[in-house]
Write a new protein. Sequence first.
Length: 89
Amino acid sequence: MFKDMKTQTHLKPGQKGTKRLVEQYGESLLCVRYRYDEKRGIRLKTVEIIVEEKAGKRSPRHHDEDVVPVVVAYTEKALRDKLKAAGGR
C-alpha cells in the first residue's frame, strides 16, 4: 500500500504542520510525512514516534576483517612499512 505512494513532505517536530502532533506525542515525535496516493486521490499524514527506549550496545563500526582506507603521508616511511608488513596496500 505505502510503496505505491509518494512522500512529498518530511517535517521535523516544531515545523509548520506538526504543532498539534507535538502537543499530542511530545518528545516521542520524530517526524511527520505527507504521503500522496495518486490511485485514490488522497493525502495521508503519517507520524514516526518512539515507542520504546532501552539501553543497548552499539555494534562496532568496523570489524577486524574489514578493509578501511588509511591515509599515510609519504614521509612516514616507518609507518608505511609496518602497514605493508601487516598486509596493507
